[in-house]
Design a protein. Structure first.
Ligand code: PRP
Ligand code: URA
Length: 208
């Protein structure tokens, strides 16, 4: 698996803003979407293109367009939903699948409750999105579920990751490409990322 860590100053700046506990729901949601768009721009740099003929007001020319089946964006519910519109701003024709997983607060193990993916998933470039990669349990299970449905070309985008999560995902799925906004120090005893930003789902949706 290849891991790419984001270096763009705009991404770094925006991640700092969402870490602040005083950042409210409205702003938090908006910035998550902006970060997803900036990270998507980096993660989709290798999308294949094909040449087509277009007629400009001046002459006919051969120019590139994105090739192949439409992209599939797959958020891990709930928090991943906050990143979807950022990717759709770049690729409006992308299909959207959903994977429902929640972490048991005691065991920190992921529990699956939903999976609905676009058709021809085996032919699509898939971008799985979840702002937080903590123990990696949810990410590992989500990618396993996508593979069980036939998905092959998988990229995973997380805004903040713990070293434990990166290692777990690399070990379980060495064939995927991982994009991380910022690598944090470690997990605490409740498997929350330190320094992190708290509970991403609660902060996006304004729940406690
Ligand atoms: C959070 C987060 C990830 C998961 C990461 O979701 O959005 O999906 O935890 O933790 P892990 O790497 O240890 O599995 P959560 O289970 O809190 O659900 P939510 O998005 O519905 O709040
Ligand atoms: N899920 C979150 O939302 N935050 C963490 O720090 C860990 C898991």
């Amino acid at each position: 698996m290849s891991v790419s860590y984001m270096t763009h100053p705009l991404i770094k700046h925006k991640i700092t803003l969402i870490r602040k506990e005083t950042t409210g729901t409205n702003e938090f949601r908006k910035i998550i979407e902006e970060i997803a768009m900036l990270m998507g721009y980096e993660a989709l740099a290798d999308l294949p293109t094909t040449d087509v003929e277009v007629k400009t007001p001046i002459e006919t020319t051969i120019q590139p367009v994105i090739d192949g089946k439409k992209l599939a964006v797959v958020p891990i519910l709930r928090a991943g939903l906050g990143m979807v519109n950022g990717i759709l701003a770049l690729v409006p024709s992308a299909k959207v699948g959903h994977i429902g997983l929640y972490r048991d607060p005691e065991t920190h193990q992921p529990h699956e409750y939903y999976c609905k993916l676009p058709d021809s998933i085996d032919e699509r470039q898939i971008v799985v999105v979840d702002p937080m990669l903590a123990t990696g349990g949810s990410a590992v299970d989500a990618v396993t579920m996508i593979k069980q449905h036939g998905g092959r070309k998988i990229k995973f985008m997380s805004i903040i990751a713990a070293p434990e999560g990166v290692s777990a995902l690399m070990k379980a799925h060495p064939d995927i490409q991982l994009y991380v906004g910022c690598l944090d120090r470690q997990l605490n005893e409740n498997a929350y990322i330190c320094p992190g930003l708290g509970d991403a789902g609660d902060r996006i949706f304004g729940t406690i």
